[in-house]
Design a protein around this ligand. Structure first.
Ligand code: BDP
Length: 727
């Protein structure tokens, strides 16, 4: 008996070892966190999943079954004939499907997308049962099971029960129809609009799998600075083809709609939302879309913002515009995501404008309108306080919009893990309607500006995949701890060796604070160079619109630095609930991290640390640089634990980040010093160049960004006399 058992175990272990030893395919990052590499023989011998029985013919359950099969054969390898190890089988289906096998499940409270994964007796045998009220729930349950296996958790007491906090978890692509991506740093657009509907890139299914694996269930295909062409018949055929690929993965397609489309492509003379012809045009456009894409999600709209057309051009409000589109979509159950990102040059404080325009409209939006609000009141800065509209639109559904693509956080280079930033915003107390009400409790949906492009590794750098992963996980569960998301992602993407895990998770944990400190410490914001926002430009003060200038945000002069948003200044703090705004406005209460966001202070202001503000600033810049240097050291110690291809790519990007962090630190200090006239505090490295040297650095475009029409990336124009294309 004993002997007959040993042989198959040995065969199984040998076959797994063989798989491990087989040279793996190129480690180019394409497989993301869904690598499905063989797990260590010991773990495989403990829990060996062999078969999958999927019930019913729901295409999402079919996708789930195929995915699980794919995971199993990658992770455990082929079954070993004669092996008598415990082999597990998985049965998946909705409660109705499972009834036929005598399994009765209680899935109340799990909604349309939640799941239950449990060991159950199925017709006399123990099985792992994956269930959800719909095919999508089963699909998410399957990915949860796969994650358990990838994380090396035991399967003998499985009991996973979860439902998403928000029913809309959406990735917004800022992809243009010409193949470029606004603020994209991962190559050209994933969508090659010339190809569909005739040709469909197999990558689209992999993209959908990745989204489904983290619960993303909606995708906006095109840029918010939209071309109306996407709404023309030929493009809608293409959209329909993409929707067909995404549907079995539980994903609905949405489109950014240009408000002036009735004029641009409809031959009308106006886009006035109260004009009957305009309303009729949108209705028939919606009907046309739903004929092609029956589960079309709806429209995302950027209106009267940064030059985009909108209802205000006709003397109408945002609510008039949104409701007109909502009316066209309502018969089909579509929704309008109407963005609250609005500002104009005239206002004394850009941070106040969205609140001023939208707060009076609370309660005036149709039921199928969601107002989409950026996490902070300015624009995806390394750190902002939460947007004052959160908690202040009680009669309106609102979504939080975050940016995965790192427009203001280093773009195509370095490592910045954004989950801590999003979690900070989601967890901020709005004190509305009462204290203890975090932002996450005031929103109905999460939208993330995609960082995915045509690069082989999807996101330009390997570590930007973590932001895609984290967005999905937080949109599913906004209370999830960034550290545990980081650990999951690291285990699945890089491996579970304890040394590796410690180092990689520590790099992730410190990366956002590092970026804040070397770019915009202590509540500074928007100090980036003009247009592309790559690198420092604190001295820029000559752009036509005041709020495009870094000097507008820093308000720095010989006396001090910071934006007075207290009652003596713009009073933006007054837009928050009094308890919150009162704290922001009070020097004794406001945290250091928000200090210069709300206060203009003398260079010699005494900080909590005992240092004066000037010294504190310098210390922060140095601290940020120090964190990047530490990350690089940690990573370099992992050379032998990580495949050469990915290790080298990350090492290169960290090297670049180190150079950029120093550039930011030196250039910013040089500029502030030209105003404060204070000496560099003792113990801090002196500046290698004069301010003029930093000012002369000109980048035409930035790492990872494609120059439209040329396919070129990163071009630095070497200024006369010197620096530093080799930055
Ligand atoms: C800003 C970007 C710009 C976007 C805009 C937006 O610089 O490219 O179009 O946000 O969100 O951050 O609409």
């Amino acid at each position: 008996m004993r002997d007959s058992r040993r042989a198959p175990i040995a065969a199984l272990i040998a076959s797994i070892l063989l798989m491990v030893a087989t040279p793996s395919r190129a480690e180019d990052g394409y497989r993301l966190w869904l690598r499905y590499d063989p797990i260590p023989a010991k773990a495989a011998a403990r829990d060996y999943l062999e078969g999958v029985d999927s019930l019913g013919d729901d295409p999402r359950i079919q996708s789930a079954a195929r995915e699980l099969q794919r995971a199993i054969s990658g992770i455990y390898g082929p079954p070993v004939p004669g092996c008598e190890l415990r082999r597990d089988y998985v049965v998946m289906g909705t409660p109705d499907d499972l009834k036929s096998l005598g399994v009765h499940l209680e899935l109340s409270g799990l909604g349309d997308e939640g799941y239950l994964v449990q060991r159950r007796d199925v017709q006399g045998a123990q099985r792992i049962v994956v269930s959800g009220n719909t095919g999508t729930g089963v699909l998410y349950g399957t990915f949860a099971l796969i994650r358990e296996i990838q994380l090396g958790h035991r399967l003998n007491h499985l009991n996973l029960r979860s439902a998403p906090r928000y029913s809309l978890r959406m990735l917004d692509h800022w992809d243009n129809l010409d193949g470029t991506v606004e603020r994209g740093y991962a190559g050209p657009s994933l969508w090659d609009w010339r190809a569909p509907p005739g040709r469909i890139d197999p990558r689209y299914a992999d993209y959908a799998r990745a989204n489904a694996s983290v619960g993303i269930n909606a995708v906006v295909l095109n840029n918010v600075n939209a071309s109306a062409d996407i709404l023309t018949a030929p493009y809608l055929q293409k959209v329909s083809a993409l929707a067909h690929v995404f549907r079995p993965w539980g994903i609905r397609v949405y489109l950014s709609a240009r408000f002036s489309a009735p004029i641009d492509i409809g031959r009308l003379e106006t886009a006035d939302p109260l004009d009957p012809a305009v309303r009729k045009w949108w209705k028939s456009k919606a009907d046309e879309i739903y004929r092609l894409v029956p589960d079309f999600g709806g429209f995302l709209v950027k209106a009267n913002s940064e030059g985009q057309p909108g209802p205000q051009s006709y003397g109408r409000s945002h609510a008039d515009g949104a409701n007109m589109l909502a009316e066209a979509l309502a018969p089909h159950h579509g929704v309008v995501l109407w963005r609250a990102f609005v500002y104009s040059g005239a206002k004394e404080d850009r941070a106040k404008q969205a609140y001023e325009e939208f707060k009076p409209l609370d309660g005036k939006f149709a039921d199928n309108v969601i107002v989409q609000i950026k996490n902070g009141p300015i624009d995806f800065q390394p750190r902002e306080p939460f947007h004052p509209l959160f908690g202040q639109m009680p009669r309106t559904d609102v979504a939080m919009e975050v940016q995965l693509t790192r427009e203001y956080l280093g773009q195509g280079s370095g490592i910045v893990f954004l989950a801590p930033m999003w979690s900070e915003a989601l967890g901020a107390d709005t004190c509305s309607p009462r204290c203890g009400t975090p932002v996450r409790a005031t929103i109905k949906a999460m939208a993330g500006v995609s960082n995915v492009g045509g690069d082989r590794n999807w996101t330009g750098t390997h570590f930007d995949q973590a932001n895609w992963y984290a967005f999905g996980r937080l949109a599913w569960n906004p209370t999830a701890a960034p550290a545990s998301i980081a650990e999951e992602w690291t285990r699945m993407t890089w491996g579970s060796d304890s040394r590796l895990l410690r180092r990689v998770t520590s790099i992730l944990a410190h990366s956002r604070e590092a970026a804040v400190d070397y770019m915009t410490p202590l509540g500074l914001a928007h100090q980036m160079a003009t247009d592309h926002h790559y690198g420092p430009g604190p001295w820029v003060c000559d752009l036509a619109q005041p709020s495009w200038n870094p000097c507008y945000y820093s308000r720095a002069d010989a006396h001090g630095i910071g934006f007075d948003r207290t009652a003596s200044g713009s009073d933006a703090a007054g837009q928050y609930e009094p308890k919150i705004g009162g704290c922001f406005a009070d020097l004794k209460c406001v945290s250091d991290q928000d200090l210069l966001w709300f206060h203009h202070l003398p260079w010699t202001y005494r900080m909590r640390s005992g240092r004066i503000l000037w010294e504190e600033l310098v210390a922060r810049y140095d601290g940020g640089l120090g964190k990047v240097q530490a990350a690089e050291r940690e990573w370099n110690r992992l050379r032998t634990s990580i495949d050469a291809q990915r290790h080298a790519a990350v090492a290169a990007t960290l090297g670049r980040q180190r150079i950029e962090a120093k550039w930011w630190r030196d250039a910013s200090i040089a500029y502030w010093q030209s105003l404060s006239k204070l000496p560099l505090p003792k113990g801090h490295a002196s500046l290698p160049h004069a301010l003029s040297w930093y000012k002369a650095i000109q980048f035409e475009t930035v790492p990872g960004y494609l120059v439209p029409g040329t396919g070129q990336q990163l071009s630095c124009v070497p200024p006369r006399g010197g620096p530093p294309c080799a930055l």
